[in-house]
Design a protein around this ligand. Structure first.
Ligand code: FES
Ligand code: FES
Length: 172
């Protein structure tokens, strides 16, 4: 009986084939098999958000999902968002606003924040949305709530909010 599976998925726009033990998390597949170490392992059990990636545009904790569940999916990691000289606007805003210190949580923070703004644009309510019939808006309270799954042990939170708000266009 085989305990490994061959799968094909798209990573940062490139088709990739993998042959992984069925128990391999997406996080370990990215870091150990594909050597994309931008995605970080903090807690490895869904508590910190350091491993957040985008799967078909939605944010997912890569430590909580198995690689074999993602046949055919499109995964975007921090490496796929931008690179030096051609940063994603959210990456530039984190740099401009000093939205990090050690940087360990930063790839997850950036992937998560991009998805947060997409969720607000799609009118998906959060726990702090008071009027479910009104259009969702970008407020500091909404950003704090929606980013609450991404922990920063350096405490760069206020600068992270500034970066996200700038990309959202709610302040410079
Ligand atoms: S490493 Fe995945 S949530 Fe902490
Ligand atoms: S910048 Fe150090 S954990 Fe967030």
């Amino acid at each position: 009986m085989s305990y490994s599976t061959k799968l094909s998925l798209t990573i940062n726009g490139q088709p990739r084939d993998l042959d992984v033990d069925n128990r391999t998390t997406l996080l370990d597949a990215l870091r150990e098999h594909l050597h994309l170490t931008g995605t970080k392992k903090g807690c490895d059990h869904g508590q910190c958000g350091a491993c957040t990636v985008l799967i078909d545009g939605r944010r997912v904790n890569a430590c909580l999902t198995l690689a074999v569940m993602h046949e055919g999916d499109a995964v975007t990691t921090i490496e796929g968002l931008g690179e030096p000289g051609n940063l994603h606007p959210m990456q530039s805003a984190f740099v401009k606003h000093d939205g990090f210190q050690c940087g360990y949580c930063t790839p997850g923070q950036i992937c998560s924040s991009i998805a947060v703004l997409d969720e607000i644009r799609a009118n998906i309510p959060s726990h702090v949305t008071s009027d479910l019939t009104a259009e969702a808006t970008v407020t500091d309270e909404e950003i704090r709530e929606r980013m609450s799954g991404n922990i920063c042990r350096c405490g760069a939170y206020s600068n992270i909010i500034d970066a996200i708000a700038e990309v959202a266009g709610t302040r410079a």
